[in-house]
Design a protein around this ligand. Structure first.
Ligand SMILES: [Cu+2]
Length: 502
């Protein structure tokens, strides 16, 4: 690829490859197929994704007003139009923007969000969905943030009808710096479909508290997928609660945009898989990526990776250095042979360095947790399964015979999540990230990575018929919250339980 000029490259992608290839294998966590072609020849893509040569854009920044440590912003959910791969699509969006605006705050801030549900009543896009839930009702979850789940904070049991307004207030005094969460709706029964229609998340950046990463050019990459019909995201059917792969894959709403990088430059990329179902295996052609952060924290040292599984809702924070021959290279999803974006070397030569350590305080704490004797801790076991077409945790279907786990605050617990189904399930617990102790099944590289690095995970893939064991700090914040599968259709059909922190 380094020897191919950009025009040839764009021409090659213009044959519809971007849309056509990804349908073959978008789901699942398996290791990449040996000998898989990096690019297929274009073969009958049904979607309309073409390489536009558009310049990469970061999501817009939310407008904030700051008064000391009090930060205020407004988020409105409404029906609005976006342009995707040249088509005008009527979606559900935050502040009319696709992707949603990024909120950047600091550890110790109080964030006030003036929230408005401006979706039309009797939403004529879908109205009542096939599960019987009103698609115009919504709410807000701050995925990944260590904040209270109660009151007017990250309380997903609130819900808002069209015309409702509400002021959320998030106290970030216990939230460490140096992570990227994301906000999205969490109204049971409508979550997957609201994601699909555009409410797939805006980044929630908590600024770094380490000096090692301050000077790099930084980009946020929110990966989503969609299928479009008649100017709308395609109808969400009963089958889509099990699986729904879009035939257009985007970064920040763009199909394979071009991102410039100077020769020798190091850039920092914060990547979120905001697809409802698609498992990505992310790789930057000919380049090593250096993992510096995972879901909830910065690591203590960069970890070189060639490709990495990214399940729905997982985030990675990586450094990339333009240290190859000048040219163009793609960031790709190896699971579906889909180019996500193209980097193009341009501008003056420079020589940035990848740091040898990151010196993150939270990583040191996680390292100490890895040394903890867990034998005397409470052991909790949860089983994810499908029961008569519904999702279940320990046999309980959310909303019917909901499984409830009561945890005393001020301690640690060891949870083992068993997957008794033939599908992957990305397990997500609110409020606290966990230290991954063991993973049985699935991709060995994924298991090796997450059971060794000093990172806290709020979302971890549980392989088919496999398990994940994790150390969960439950040190503060009482109230009811949830854990669930982050294939959000699975959550909508019941794969969610209540976590009662007392
Ligand atoms: Cu699932």
């Amino acid at each position: 690829m380094a020897n191919m000029d950009r025009r040839q490259f764009l021409a090659m992608l213009g044959i519809g490859a971007a849309a056509g290839l990804m349908q073959a294998c978008g789901g699942g966590s398996g290791a990449p197929v040996a000998g898989m072609m990096r690019f297929g020849s274009g073969s009958g893509g049904s979607g309309s994704a073409t390489q536009t040569g558009e310049l990469f854009r970061d999501p817009p920044l939310a407008q904030l007003t700051r008064n000391g440590n009090l930060v205020e912003t407004s988020i409105t959910t409404s029906r609005a139009q976006a342009t995707i791969a040249g088509q005008t699509v009527t979606m559900m969006l935050y502040n009319g923007s696709y992707p949603a605006p990024t909120i950047r705050v600091k550890s110790g801030d109080i964030l006030r969000v003036n929230f408005t549900n401006d979706l039309p009543p009797n939403a004529d896009i879908t109205g009542i969905n096939v599960l019987g839930y009103d698609m115009s009702v919504t709410n807000l979850h701050t995925h990944g943030w260590h904040v209270s789940p109660a009151g007017n904070a990250d309380n997903i049991f609130l819900h808002f009808n069209p015309g409702d307004t509400f002021t959320f207030e998030y106290d970030l005094s216990k939230q460490w710096g140096g992570m990227m969460g994301f906000y999205h709706p969490h109204n049971h029964g409508t979550v997957g479909e609201q994601f699909w229609r555009g409410l797939a998340g805006g980044a929630l950046i908590v600024e770094d508290d380490v000096p090692d990463l301050q000077d790099y050019e930084e980009h946020i990459m929110i990966i989503t997928d969609i299928s479009i019909a008649n100017g709308l995201p395609t109808e969400w059917t009963r089958m889509n609660y099990m699986r729904n792969l879009g035939d257009i894959v985007m970064v920040n709403g763009q199909v394979n945009p071009v991102l410039n990088i100077q020769p020798g430059q190091v850039q920092r990329w914060r990547i979120l898989n905001a697809c409802v179902y698609r498992y990505l295996r992310v790789s930057l052609q000919n380049h090593t990526m250096y993992l510096v952060g995972v879901d909830d924290n910065l690591l203590d040292q960069p970890v070189p990776i060639n490709d990495i599984l990214l399940a729905p809702a997982e985030r990675i924070d990586v450094l990339v250095k333009a240290d190859q021959a000048p040219g163009t290279y793609t960031l790709q999803d190896l699971n579906s042979n889909t180019p996500l974006l193209t980097i193009e070397y341009s501008g003056a030569q420079t020589n940035d360095q990848i740091p040898t350590s990151i010196n993150s305080e939270i990583a040191q704490w996680v390292a100490s947790l890895r040394q903890m004797d867990t034998s005397n801790l409470r052991q909790v076991s949860m089983t994810l399964s499908f029961v008569r077409g519904q999702g279940a945790i320990n046999g309980g279907v959310f909303g019917q015979n909901t499984y409830i786990l009561e945890s005393p605050v001020g301690t640690y617990e060891v949870w083992t999540i068993f997957n008794r189904s033939g599908m992957d399930h990305p397990f997500h617990q609110h409020v606290d990230g966990a230290v991954i102790l063991d993973i049985q099944g699935g991709d060995p590289a994924y298991a090796q990575l997450y059971t060794s690095i000093n990172g806290l995970k709020d979302t971890i893939n549980v392989p088919p018929m496999g398990s994940v064991t994790m150390l969960v700090p439950v040190l503060d914040y009482t109230g009811d919250t949830v854990f669930h599968c982050h294939i959000l259709g699975h959550e909508d059909i019941g794969m969610m339980g209540i976590w009662r922190r007392v």
